[in-house]
Each structure stands twice: as C-alpha cells, then as structure tokens.
Write a protein of this length. Structure first.
Ligand code: IMP
Length: 184
C-alpha cells in the first residue's frame, strides 16, 4: 500500500513517520536475531493485545525455527493518554514453567505495561524472559524496564499504524504515522 501524505482518524490528522518497507526490513532483522538466539529452544512468543498482534504475526514468520504463540490482553490506555492502572483483561492458558518466553509489545511508552507484565511472568518460573518491542519512546519512560530488542526509538509523539490505534482506528495501516503538529 503506498504511503499517504496524511491520514485523518476521527478528529486528528497523522503524517508519515516510518514506511512499510523500512518496518518490514527491521522486523526481518529482529527475526534473524531471535532465530540465532532461540533456534531449537521452542520459544513461546507472548503477544500483548491488541496493539502487538500485527508485529507479532510478522515477527513469528521471520523466526526460522519451531516456536509457539500465546496472547494476553492488558489495558492502560484510553484515547491518546495513559490512564494509570494496568489490568489483565485476558490471560494465558499455557503453563510457562521452564519455557523460554519472548514478550512481544507494540510500544514501550511509560514502560508501565511491560514492567507490570514482566513481574507477573516471573512468578510463573519461566526458563528465560526476553522482551521485544516494535517501538520505544525513550523520553516518555517512567518505569524502569529492560527491553532486549527495539525495532525503532521514536520521539514522544502519539503514533498510529502497524497495529497501533487511535480510539480503535488505524491498526490496519501497514506504515507508521505520527500526530501532525497541526493536530497537537
Ligand atoms: P505504556 O505506557 O508503556 O504502559 O504503554 C501502554 C500501551 O499504550 C502500549 O502498549 C500501547 O498499546 C499504548 N500506546 C502508548 N503510546 C501509544 C501511541 O503513541 N499510539 C498508540 N498507542 C500507544
């Protein structure tokens, strides 16, 4: 799909930030790194819904060995601002003890979600935990959280596309768009 000059979602306008081509190239690199790290270990990719489902689908297909996938739904966002609490809306049914876990996140903003989820997983005694995020906003970080692999570091501006939404719209965009300066 060609990159559009701008995208209008509800009341806000978004402009291109990272193209579909650049995203796919970076996801391919991350898949290769994870394959080198985890081939033969049957890792379990845990995708944090809803935002990470697109990234997780591409990342898994760039992983060249046996692997499994599971999904959790956590929630701390409403509109363009973080609401504060993290809640587990939908949990995992798999036994995680002694498994190699790769947490797949769409974006580390304040770090609250990942911080909460890593602590939650540690209690289940996995063999190892690795964190991979498509995006990170270093300037927004409030919670100390270690991310092993980052697709792209971006400015502290609201973004949509490649799984990320603004009030439910924009997840299907294959490229990434950021809030236009005119809209903020
Ligand atoms: P946290 O602040 O790191 O806990 O981020 C929580 C969640 O907020 C992320 O997993 C995203 O789903 C959502 N989020 C944070 N920043 C953005 C953004 O710029 N666009 C869309 N969703 C975002």
């Amino acid at each position: 799909m060609p990159t559009r000059d701008f995208i209008q979602l509800h009341d806000l306008r978004f402009v291109p930030l990272i193209s579909e081509t650049d995203i796919q190239a970076r996801v391919g690199e991350l898949g290769k790194i994870l394959t080198e790290q985890y081939a033969g270990k049957n890792p379990l990719f845990i995708s944090i819904l809803s935002g990470a489902f697109v990234f997780a689908a591409d990342l898994m297909r760039a992983f060249d060995s046996d692997c499994e996938v599971g999904f959790v739904k956590l929630s701390s966002y409403s509109g363009t601002r973080s609401s504060g609490d993290v809640q587990t809306v939908m949990g995992l049914e798999k036994n995680l003890k002694d498994r190699h876990i790769i947490i797949v996140e769409d974006i580390v903003d304040t770090g609250r979600t990942l911080h909460f989820f890593i602590n939650h997983l540690r209690a289940m005694e996995p063999a190892s935990i690795c964190t991979v995020t498509f995006l990170r906003k270093p300037d927004a970080m409030e919670f100390p959280v270690e991310v092993d692999h980052v697709g792209f570091d971006i400015d502290n501006r609201f973004v949509v596309g490649y799984g990320l939404d603004y009030d439910d719209l924009g997840r299907n965009l294959p490229g990434l768009y950021q809030l236009s300066p005119e809209s903020s």
